[in-house]
Design a protein around this ligand. Structure first.
Ligand code: HEM
Length: 150
């Protein structure tokens, strides 16, 4: 149903829980993950607050304004680090900076696990858990600009 949340990359079949039919249906493509990459981390089922989840996030995002990509500047890494609370939550993912404050409660993995990456680059952890998730799409309206590392 929400196959657009997931990129064409194939998740590790061992990583697909029986209770996640949406994932199962998106894992038929056969992009092989590199053999020297670490196996995906085991993901526990997290219960979200009522009224939160990817469907609700999708509806909320539709109402959010689109960032004016042409006018976005680059953001010093030190600036990102200042936004490390759940009320003001920025992250770096694939060199892009996102304000995920509104997304936190909708994250299927829960808020708690994301607290460790607020204000930081979460690319490595993101890929360890779910490199197949289409973050460009999911966080489209949260995009603030590209990170400036020096
Ligand atoms: C900020 C960008 C992130 C986005 C857009 C995102 C998105 C998602 C999505 C779409 C799922 C559902 C995947 C599925 O059904 O299998 C998910 C699950 C999960 N994510 Fe994330 N994630 C992000 C960051 C992270 C990070 C940094 C971590 C780890 C530190 C993480 C840990 C998890 C876990 C443990 C689950 C499994 C939840 C479950 O199966 O119930 N995520 N995430």
């Amino acid at each position: 149903m929400f196959s657009f949340f997931f990129s064409g990359k194939t998740a590790n079949p061992n990583d697909i829980s029986e209770s996640s039919p949406s994932i199962t249906s998106t894992t038929t493509t056969t992009t092989k993950t590199s053999s020297n990459s670490a196996p995906p981390r085991k993901r526990e089922k997290v219960t979200l607050k009522p009224g939160f989840g990817l469907r609700q996030w999708s509806m909320l995002q539709m109402k959010m304004p689109s960032p004016n990509v042409a006018s976005l500047g680059s953001i010093p890494i030190g600036e990102v680090a200042k936004h490390d609370t759940v009320e003001d939550a920025w992250i770096i993912l694939r060199e892009r900076v996102y304000d995920i404050s509104k997304f936190l409660d909708h994250h299927p993995g829960g808020v708690e696990i994301l607290k460790q990456v607020l204000g930081k680059d979460c690319t490595e952890l993101f890929d360890e858990y779910h490199s197949f998730v289409n973050s460009d799409f999911l966080l489209e309206k949260c995009f603030l600009g590209y990170v400036k590392r020096n």
